[in-house]
Design a protein around this ligand. Structure first.
Ligand code: SF4
Length: 489
């Protein structure tokens, strides 16, 4: 059964159990074959192959749960998910001829996708949110700039997948020839790309949910901080109930959605409890969950909210239990580097990396690395393209470091601790000192000058390397040596 079959028989798959079962069986077989092939090719360590296999099984598990109620996904979504996400993004990894042309010209593979925050505007004021931190801001990308970034990411990088962040993406608006255009107008214009948008969801009313179902190429990832008390404490009273109402609306219109979880020292045990996970994955029927660890950047940054190294290791163990035992599709941006070859920042040269552009047009290596060598508005004023931004030495140095890190010293680098800013703060500071990108905002400038922050982050990175290295060697590289009982997954 091919992807075309999936696309053309979306409604039947969603409504006829035997077709759904057939499709799932085929997908499981492909996942098994992919695992065997990865092991044979030895491109990844044995443990990475296992993680990739477990995740593909969980993706199938999540799809099976979603399809168990055909009303939860509109036929347009089945077709667009099959055509764009499965075919163009997962199987073909974007537009290969365009990527090859880029490599021939620039010597390296282009980024696999872009993350764009088109607006700083937000209907909420969450504690510690980086979006609310810069004082003087243009607040949003113009429609033309936003449109051009997407067009170039499609035509120059060969991308078919885009992540939209914020601010609140559904608050984005701009006037074009006297007409107000919003995010969904942009999604409609780029209908051969698939969008995933982080959102607090409160602006997703009936009209927006219906439009998304009709478009079929955008999925919201809804932020939840924990149960009602914790979510409302960070995001404001009434937010939790508003989220549940949005989820109900999305299900009713057949729009698949995910959840986005930010773990802190205070909520991580709650987020990954059986009750919380079962509630959002089984009862609310989230298709996927993205896990972030609080990153001390932005307004009132503090190291105290960043999960401790022990909590981080517990989250690593716990998320794999949930993925393997319950087949919940969860991806943790710091603990699951084993799924994606480590750090993705700066448009990584081995493929699959990304770059980030914020509402001011500042181009940055990653949403969590708030330093920018160039502004996309200046690039366009000078008649250059996004490829010129990609060529900046700040990004190139990051790509060089990633390649070296992956190679490691004697064995493949530890992908349990690959983060450029969280785990390798000293490396990041050296590259910033050499290439002099501008801080995105005042807190980012302060963080560079703050000795306590520098020391705290470097100590954290070293301590986590030490804690995770024995697991990396024994469970991923399968180097034989005796471990303490606690270190065993
Ligand atoms: S810098 Fe850290 S958060 Fe950003 S892509 Fe790399 S690993 Fe992920």
């Amino acid at each position: 059964m091919g992807v075309d079959f999936l696309g053309n028989h979306g409604l039947s798959i969603a409504s006829k159990p035997w077709i759904k079962n057939y499709a799932i069986k085929k997908a499981l077989k492909a996942s098994e074959e992919g695992y065997q092939s990865n092991l044979k090719q030895q491109k990844f360590s044995p443990g990475e192959c296992e993680d990739r296999y477990a995740t593909s099984q969980a993706i199938i598990g999540s799809a099976e749960r979603l399809l168990s109620n055909p009303k939860n996904i509109s036929p347009t979504y089945v077709k667009k998910l099959a055509d764009i996400m499965v075919k163009s993004v997962v199987m073909e990894n974007g537009d290969i001829p365009t990527q090859q042309a880029f490599k021939a010209l620039h010597g390296r593979r282009p980024p696999g996708f872009m993350v764009i925050s088109p607006t700083k505007a937000c209907n909420l004021k969450c504690k510690g949110c980086y979006a609310s931190s810069s004082a003087a801001s243009l607040e949003k990308l113009s429609w033309d700039t936003f449109d051009r970034i997407l067009t170039e990411s499609h035509d120059i990088f060969g991308n078919r997948f885009v992540v939209i962040s914020g601010g609140e993406p559904f608050a984005y608006k701009d006037k074009v020839n006297g007409e107000t255009k919003d995010l969904l107008d942009m999604v409609a214009k780029h209908d051969d790309m698939f969008f995933m948008s982080y959102t607090n969801s409160l602006l997703i009313n009936e009209e927006k949910a219906a439009r998304m179902a009709e478009l079929g190429n955008i999925s919201p990832a809804i932020s939840v901080e924990g149960w009602r008390e914790k979510t409302d404490d960070r995001r404001g009273a009434g937010t939790f109930d508003g989220i549940l109402a949005s989820m109900e609306r999305l299900r009713r219109h057949g729009v698949p959605f995910g959840i986005s979880l930010t773990a802190t020292t205070k909520n991580c045990e709650e987020l990954f409890s059986d009750e919380f996970m079962d509630y959002f994955f089984s009862e609310q029927q989230a298709l996927y969950g993205w896990v972030f660890h609080y990153m001390p950047i932005g307004r009132s940054f503090t190291l105290d909210l960043m999960p401790t190294i022990q909590q981080r290791q517990w989250m690593w163990k716990r998320t794999w239990e949930l993925i393997k035992d319950k087949k919940y599709f969860l991806a943790d941006f710091w603990n699951h580097g084993t799924l994606v070859d480590g750090c993705l920042a700066g448009g990584r040269s081995s493929g699959g990396g990304y770059m980030y552009i914020n509402w001011d047009g500042k181009v940055m290596p990653c949403v969590f690395v708030p330093y920018s060598p160039v502004n996309i508005n200046d690039i366009y004023k000078d008649n250059k393209t996004i490829a010129d931004a990609w060529e900046e030495s700040f990004f190139e140095r990051i790509r060089e470091w990633q390649a070296k890190y992956l190679k490691g010293n004697g064995h493949r680098g530890n992908l349990l601790a690959p983060c450029f800013i969280r785990d390798h703060q000293d490396v990041m500071r050296q590259i910033i000192a050499d290439t002099e990108p501008d801080p995105e905002n005042e807190p980012a400038r302060e963080a560079l000058l703050d000795e306590g922050y520098r020391k705290g982050m470097i100590e954290y990175g070293k301590a986590y390397q030490e804690l995770s290295e024995p697991i990396w060697e024994s469970q991923y590289l399968k180097i034989k040596k005796t471990l303490d009982k606690d270190e065993v997954k």
